[in-house]
Design a protein around this ligand. Structure first.
Ligand code: PEP
Ligand code: MG
Length: 532
């Protein structure tokens, strides 16, 4: 076959070369009856129970990380009576279990599929997945296996199908539809499985082999031997680059002129730390606690659960400081049941600390969990989206109340210092008004607000440019104020993890960088090249 080159959108970087395997589209609901209404109802309940058992097994194999949380979301949905109730009502009126279940989930799905927000649209995949799992159990059918090492082609892929496949022998994912914000894309990135989405209708008939470049969003069907050799070379180059940068990760970051730069980590969930040596960093600069709230389909996580997760992170850090950012929901990170629906401009709406202060019931739970965690290590609290000093005051007052409540209950606790994200221009421009214990510059939001260019709109990506001098003047002012007032200043936005910005950040006087674990090696290497 002649080679066919297709371009989609990058969802997870990496190179894969392998056999093509198409994942069959899920079949419709079989109307085959199991008996009378009582037999149909018990067939449906049995199939739901069997699906929950499958998922519980999968969750056990993937405990404590993002994957476990995704599967947990599906289990919570399946166990929710509200999802099965319409199906059981239809069965009582004479409908067969399969169509009744498909319709009940379909009604729920419609809301997700048409949601304005990409996050909710991406969750529709989870619902389709659990619908099909129950339908398979009703029909007594097995899911098609994914051959190891293959490049999997499908319209879309569910997180559980991803987790059921064995990626140890490599392989990749090429999707006609799909979204880079989906859970499965997040899993693919964290497990190093290359993935391309949005490839359009994929006609692979007659093609046996393919090559996939996840970073470039490219799929080549039936690559020529020259093309294959190029992909193999690129894979080798990436592996060598990764190995070289990882090798230097455990060494401290020191400039060519001998200045030590502190490297902190940005993490979204504790599973990211499992394979990391704490010696690669001086602590954790941002725990984006939103992840805990995203995973909680059946209500927000309670104090005990938050405390358990926070404490695990503090124990990993073994005495190094850990900065927990309070819930930064809203904007591009909506949480069902918490963030307001239908805001005309969510990035300028009720997000970050604004939402926490509007929901003191939810915020108090987080502050109590943080106060308890502070009894076990050097915990700091970081407040996102601070716009006026009164917000910091309010957080400090609520934190003091949380500490008083926890200690009145006889539990160990401490009052952590409260710092602020500097990401709203009103804060950066008048930083001397803000009496925070420390400042962390969130360049991602600072850039979007300074340039009035939303961080999630591709058409204005050119304007949302972190090199804009207005952004750098603000960074320099915040650093200068930190120095003059004896407060620590770090940068935790994406620019801190990009080697090409390191020299400018150090020249602006920044001495603490907070970045994703995967970027540590490359940033330390960039620091070593700087002479100031
Ligand atoms: C930032 O805005 O730079 C930041 C670190 O926070 P987030 O990207 O989570 O908004
Ligand atoms: Mg931000």
């Amino acid at each position: 076959m002649a080679p066919v080159e297709l371009t989609g959108r990058p969802a997870a970087p990496g190179i894969a070369l392998g056999r093509l395997a198409r994942l069959p589209a899920s079949g419709g609901a079989s109307a085959t009856r199991h008996g009378d209404a009582a037999a149909e109802a018990s067939a449906l309940t049995g199939a739901i129970d069997a699906a929950v058992r499958d998922l519980a097994l999968l969750q056990k194999r993937n405990a404590d990380d993002e994957a476990g949380a995704i599967v947990g979301f599906q289990i919570a949905m399946l166990e929710d009576d509200a999802l099965r109730a319409p199906a059981l009502r239809a069965i009582a009126q004479g409908e067969a279990a399969g169509p009744a279940w498909a319709e009940a989930v379909g009604a729920e799905l419609a809301g997700y599929e048409t949601a304005e927000d990409a996050y909710f649209r991406a969750r529709a995949t989870d619902l389709r997945d659990l619908r099909d799992r129950v339908l398979r159990h009703l029909a007594g059918a097995e899911a098609a296996a994914v051959p190891p090492g293959a490049i999997l082609v499908a319209d879309d892929l569910t997180p559980t199908r991803f987790l059921e496949a064995d990626w140890c022998d490599g392989g990749g994912i090429a999707l006609s539809a799909g979204a880079e914000t989906s859970h499965v894309a997040m899993l693919a990135r964290s497990r190093g499985v290359p993935m391309v989405v949005g490839l359009g209708k994929l006609m692979i008939e007659g093609h046996a082999m393919a090559a996939l470049d996840g970073a470039a969003g490219r799929l080549v069907l039936s690559p020529t031997s020259d093309q294959r050799a190029r992909f193999v070379r690129e894979a080798g180059r990436l592996a060598a680059e990764r190995a070289a940068t990882q090798a230097g990760s455990a060494e401290p970051a020191v400039t060519a002129s001998g200045q030590r730069i502190a490297i902190l980590l940005n993490i979204a969930e504790p599973g990211e730390l499992d394979t990391l040596d704490p010696a690669i960093c001086e602590g954790i600069g941002v725990v984006r606690t939103e992840f805990l709230f995203h995973a909680a389909a059946a209500g927000l996580p309670d104090e005990a659960r938050q405390y358990r997760v926070y404490r695990r992170i503090v124990e990993w850090a073994a005495g190094r400081p850990v900065t927990f950012r309070t819930l930064d929901a809203g904007g591009d990170k909506p949480i069902a049941g918490l963030t307001p629906a239908g805001e005309s401009n969510p990035f300028l709406g009720l997000r970050g600390v604004r939402l926490s202060l509007a929901r003191p019931d939810v915020f108090a739970v987080q502050l109590r969990a943080l106060a308890r965690t502070a009894a076990h290590g050097a915990v700091k609290v970081l407040v996102p989206m601070v716009t006026v000093p009164a917000e910091l005051e309010a957080v400090r007052r609520l934190l003091r109340e949380a500490v008083a409540e926890v200690s009145a209950a006889g539990l160990a606790c401490a009052e952590p210092p409260v710092g602020m994200m500097v990401e709203v221009p009103a804060a950066a421009l008048a930083i001397d008004r803000f009496d925070a214990a420390f400042y962390s510059i969130g360049s991602n939001d600072l850039v979007q607000y300074v340039t009035a260019s939303a961080r999630d709109i591709g058409a204005v990506a050119g304007l949302a440019d972190a090199r804009n001098p207005a952004v750098w003047r603000l960074i320099a002012e915040v650093v200068a104020h930190g120095r003059a007032s004896g407060r620590a200043v770090s940068v935790c936005g994406d620019i801190a993890g990009k080697p090409e910005f390191v020299a400018d950040l150090l020249a602006a006087g920044v001495t603490t960088l907070s970045l994703a674990p995967i970027q540590v090696g490359a940033v330390k290497a960039a620091v070593a090249r700087v002479r100031i």
